[in-house]
Design a protein around this ligand. Sequence first.
Ligand code: ADP
Ligand code: ZN
Length: 260
Amino acid sequence: MDDLEKLKAAMRGKRLHLFGPPGCGKGNRSKDLQALGLVHVASGIALRAKVRDDPGSKLSKTAQAVMERGELVPDEIVVPVVMEHLQRPECREQGFVLDGFPRTKAQADLLFSEIDLDLVLHLDVPRNFLVYGVVEGARRACTACAAGYSDFDPPRIEGVCDRCGGEIVRRADDTAETIARRLDGYEAETKAFLPDLEARGIVEVLPITVADDEAVDERHLKTLRGEVYRVETDDGARLRMLNLEGMRRRLYRFLAEKFA
Ligand code: ADP
Ligand code: ZN
């Protein structure tokens, strides 16, 4: 059995949650975990699908207006959508990666009253990169499989998804204003319950940055216009960052050490 097959077997049935601000790469890490056999349960994608499938309903209109402003959809709408998905047999059998939920302490308490998690992965991305990466990096996503791209991680052929051949477009709510508002919401509501998760002993940090003394293949680093990109952190350091391929490798290595 090769290493990837061994990792897939070890991940079967595991329940993961991705914790981190908008633009930190939850969508792409979810794709990497999906490739290991976990079911991707994404509140944002589920909400957008609900609006698309039933655009005329009162619920859809409320949800859409809230999402366009970058605010949080009320619990009465988002909680049933996510909990229904988690209770499907495929999630119990294969395991799942929960992306975008819980986002508030109330949602977290509700989740843990029904389900335990094996691991919360805290995707640690310098704040300076978040708005910049989404807006200046022109974050865009596949309309078919939701894989994420940007100028730092462009697809091989512009407009066409590397993973599935689907069409790549920008999200209407990815403006500087809504990203800033989503980040404020993250700082105020989501980050506030991280200590609760830490107290359960299930949180592990997965950084995106690479220290200066760490040897790393340049093909695994974010570049912009052909140059290795460096992000300035809060303490003034300028660090290199892993790209899609680099983060996938870091994630798999981490999971293999923990579970395989
Ligand atoms: P992002 O992480 O970039 O904010 P998502 O796709 O996760 O994007 O979510 C898009 C929108 O859906 C959010 O701005 C919010 O309005 C709504 N949403 C998603 N998850 C939740 C949640 N757990 N609680 C409330 N609203 C949510
Ligand atoms: Zn795709």
